[in-house]
Structures are given as C-alpha cells and as structure tokens.
Design a protein around this ligand. Structure first.
Ligand code: PEP
Length: 257
C-alpha cells in the first residue's frame, strides 16, 4: 500500500513568528501519527526556522518552488541544493499559481524536476486543467500532456522520488472541490499513463495527491478513492487544527484499509 502524504502548502502566508507558532502547534498534535507522511511547505524565509522545529519529528519540510540551475547570477532565485541545506525533502514544481502568474510551463517544470531529483529531493509535480478546459471536455487530454511534458526524457529509475499532484485549477482556493469520482477519473488516468510510460510496478508505487479546496469535512471521501494517495492542501492547512484534523482523518482511514 502507498503511504499517504498530507502536504500543507502555506503559499505566501505566515511570517517567521506565525510560521513558528503554526508548526509548533501542528507538531504538538500529530506526534502519534506514524502511517502518514506529513509535510509542511512554508515560504522560503521560514524554512530554516521551521526545520529547527521539525527536525527529529514526524513532519517533513518542503519548498514551494526552486530554480533549475545549481548556482549563478540568477537574482531572486533559489536552487534545490540550497533548499536541501535548510532541511527540505520536497519541492513543489509547476503549481498552477506559478503557471498562471510566473510563466511556469511544462518545459520549466521538466527542468525543475530534473534539478530537484539531482539534488536528492522529491519533486511534487503539479498538473491540472482549467475550468474552461474541463467544460470543453479536455481534462484528460490536458493532464496527460502536462504529465508527459513534466516527465519527458526521464527513466523510471531517475523518477524514484517523484510525487504527482493533480490539482484542478478551478478547485484551487475556490471552495469548489472535485467530487471523489471526478478526481478518481483523472488519478486513474495518471496511473494508467505511468504504467504505459514506465511499468506496472512504477505506477503502483507512485503517490498521486489531490489538491483543490480539500478540508477536514471532505478529505475522507477523497482519500477513499482508490488512486488518491494524499492531499496537497492550501487554505485549510493554514490553521493547526485544520491540518491536524486532516492528518488524523487520513491516518485513521489508512489504518482501517
Ligand atoms: C494548493 O495550494 O495547492 C491548494 C490546493 O490550495 P487550496 O487547498 O486552498 O485549494
């Protein structure tokens, strides 16, 4: 069975004091959970401090973005190796907000995945259709193109640490969640594609997260879907009780499977 991941994307929220408080509160309440990979993904400036608080705990650290070069004259950018040096294990790449506001494309996502894996970290590669694409019936085609573009040129062996997140753009931060059936349809397609591109084993092992207005009151039905292996969660992860309750619900569900 795949180990579920509950990843809290803090986006551009939480200054250093708020970050300290939030992660300490989460840590206090999740220490008994051992069957869920819990990840917090704060803004860059909070990473080192949050790492101090989470080191030795059952909470892992992730970053929201990175650049693909190792170092150089790239003002404002941060390399995967730098993220590793402050304790990160995961890096989100291709989040729809980065695609929308910062020109991220399938090509840059591909470059970032390569750089993240070469630095020894796990990319959480985000894919997902817009509302317009869904309404035109193009969802599966769009997501397939994004996954293929993201993974182009990589071997199964290279992609051992890959995590994929399916995040329908129309569901992110809108309060509008995909139904478990809508999400499962896309997750099943992604797993089928991974099988076609690599192997059945590869597809079976990969965690495919769902993201888009996941909250404590809808997480269980989503996590029950066969091919959903956790959540990438924005808004509802910004409060300790929300994050903790989603991690606990997932833990209880997985221990009963
Ligand atoms: C996200 O930030 O990836 C996300 C899914 O946000 P929200 O949970 O707020 O929709």
């Amino acid at each position: 069975m795949r180990r579920p991941i509950i990843a809290g994307n803090w986006k551009m929220y939480k200054d250093i004091n708020e970050a300290r408080e939030l992660v300490a509160a989460i840590k206090r309440d999740v220490f008994e959970i051992d069957n869920v990979e819990m990840v917090v993904i704060p803004p860059f400036v909070d990473l080192a401090e949050v790492d101090e608080i989470t080191t030795g705990s059952n909470i892992s650290l992730g970053a929201q973005n990175c650049y693909w070069e190792k170092e150089g004259a790239f003002t404002g950018e941060i390399s995967p190796a730098m993220l590793k040096s402050v304790g990160c294990k995961y890096v989100v790449v291709g989040h729809s907000e980065r695609r929308k506001y910062f020109g991220e494309t399938d090509e840059t996502v591909n470059l970032k995945i390569k750089a993240v894996i070469e630095a020894g970290l796990s990319p959480i590669a985000c894919v997902g259709e817009t509302l317009e694409e869904r309404e035109k019936g193009e969802t599966l085609e769009v997501v397939k193109r994004q996954v293929k573009g993201a993974l182009k040129g990589f071997s199964a062996d290279f992609l051992k640490k890959l995590v994929i997140a399916y995040e329908p753009v129309w569901a992110i931060g809108t309060g509008r969640t995909a139904t478990p059936d809508q999400a499962q349809e896309v997750h099943a397609m992604i797993r089928g594609l991974l099988k076609e591109l690599y192997s059945a084993n590869f597809a079976e092992e990969k965690c495919v997260l769902y993201g888009g207005s996941v909250k404590p009151d809808n997480i269980e039905s989503l996590m029950r879907a066969k091919d959903i292996d956790g959540g990438l969660i924005g808004g509802a992860s910004l409060k300790a009780d929300g994050y903790v309750s989603m991690a606990k619900i997932t833990s209880v569900l997985y221990s009963s499977l």
